[in-house]
Design a protein around this ligand. Structure first.
Ligand code: AMP
Ligand code: GLY
Length: 418
């Protein structure tokens, strides 16, 4: 059996590595992949939104038995529907379920209708009304573009001016194109954040181990929001009692709500949670594995991911025993100077020999004339596993120092926050 993975980041490298451990998977293909993925998968330069060529590729490679669609854009665009309508097996939600991530207005309305705890909000598709609202609101508040905006469509506003500017940027200046034509304006919540990714087959939902992301670019949560600068798993603050509360009040109700709406969710449901003084609330849903959460969650998976993917497709997840190891995993992202704003590409990378057991995930890398070079903002992720957090951190950072390229930077405090 061969498996095709769609995507090119650290998350996709982690998915490919997990698949490569399955005795049932003979070969992995990745579109388009990156230089690290190319060491374990056959990569071809077909973009994740080039649906015609993706379908053609699967048709031409009869050994492909399963396609895993990892990124948000092709899921929201209906790639899973298209693969299925061509008689192909695909892992990931269909378009009508991926909307739980692709439209914040949809997800907020779903939570309101089904009593799932989240921040209070109002939704606007008319700019004048939105400006009138932010002119008279209490601060801080949060302005969110309705659609997909590379994780950048969320602006925390501290005063009226910032609120008006955020609405104008999204609704008039078109900073996030169509994604910002509609906005959701939310109550500002205070608390620690935890990510809980879940496998779903439409009926059964199995949470993976919890993790925590570090979204800001610099130490002490300073600097701009990024796609994520590092993660650890499990979360130390997400207690078993809290996990049960979240399962009962958020995870199961969400999956049931999606089915009740005729939008059966199969794939990975990512619940971004905030632990507020008023209980756990949903910050956002994603319809996919998180990046870089996957780079700490999947190294803890002891079961065969190929079996789990198939069980999600076939509706047999209740028959699979999913096991995790007891290690603490820490992933430090090594980024290119300037990220999340403009950064250079094509900088040569050298890597000294890493310690045994340390995993180097490639995110934005490529090979140019045989030389490994940077090809994105988040370039590499170094994951270490150990019996406790201090040891895992120590190993991860000792190995980050073995990576070298011009203007590289990374946070030095991944795993320190409680
Ligand atoms: P999102 O993409 O919706 O997860 O938002 C990105 C980040 O913005 C979150 O991880 C939070 O740190 C922050 N954020 C989003 N919504 C809120 C909110 N209602 N209150 C406080 N912070 C928020
Ligand atoms: N790390 C956050 C995300 O994948 O959306």
């Amino acid at each position: 059996m061969s498996v095709l993975v769609i995507g090119s980041g650290g998350r996709e490298h982690a998915i490919c590595m997990a698949l490569s451990k399955s005795p049932k998977v003979d070969k992995i293909y990745c579109l388009p992949g990156n230089a690290g993925i190319a060491e374990i998968a056959e990569c071809h330069n077909i973009g994740v939104m080039d649906f015609d060529n993706i379908i053609k590729f699967v048709k031409e490679h009869k050994d492909i038995d399963l396609t895993v669609v990892a990124p948000d854009d092709p899921l929201a665009g209906g790639l899973v529907d298209l693969l299925e309508s061509n008689g192909m097996r695909a892992f990931g939600p269909k378009k009508n379920a991926a909307i739980i991530e692709a439209s914040k207005a949809f997800s907020k309305n779903l939570m309101k209708k089904y009593g799932i705890p989240t921040a209070d909000y109002v939704e606007f598709d008319d700019c004048d009304s939105a400006i009138e609202y932010v002119s008279n609101a209490k601060y801080p508040l949060v302005v969110k573009a309705d659609g997909l905006a590379l994780g950048k469509g969320v602006i925390i506003c501290n005063d009226r001016q910032e609120g008006v500017d955020a609405v104008k940027e999204m609704m008039i200046d078109g900073k996030f194109k169509d994604a910002g034509k509609k906005v959701v304006i939310e109550e500002f919540m205070v608390g620690k954040e935890v990510s809980v990714l879940c496998f779903c087959d439409g009926k059964t939902v199995v949470p993976m181990v919890s993790s925590q992301d570090h979204k800001r670019a610099h130490d002490n949560d300073e600097g701009l929001n990024t796609g994520g600068m590092g993660t650890f798993a499990p979360s130390k603050i997400y207690t078993p009692a809290m996990a049960q509360e979240v399962y009962d009040t958020i995870i199961v109700p969400t999956v049931k709500a999606m089915s009740a709406e005729g939008r059966t969710f199969k794939g990975v449901l990512y619940c971004g949670l905030m632990l507020t003084s008023d209980g756990v609330k949903v910050l956002e849903y994603n319809a996919r594995f998180g990046d870089p959460e996957t780079q700490v969650v999947l190294p803890k998976l002891e079961s065969d991911i190929y079996d789990i993917f198939n069980a999600c497709i076939d509706g047999t997840l209740d028959k699979v025993d999913i096991k995790w190891n007891d290690k603490t995993a820490v992933c430090v992202i090594v980024a290119s100077g300037g990220y999340p704003e403009a950064y250079a590409k094509g900088l040569p990378i050298t890597i000294d020999k890493l310690d045994d057991g340390v995993i180097l995930y490639h995110a934005g890398t490529a090979k140019k004339d045989g030389v490994l070079v940077t090809n994105g903002g988040r370039v590499l992720g170094v994951t270490a596993l150990a019996d406790d957090m201090d040891k895992a951190r120590e190993i991860a950072y000792a190995n980050v120092k073995k990576v070298h390229f011009d203007k590289m930077f990374y946070r030095t405090d991944i795993g320190i926050k409680k």
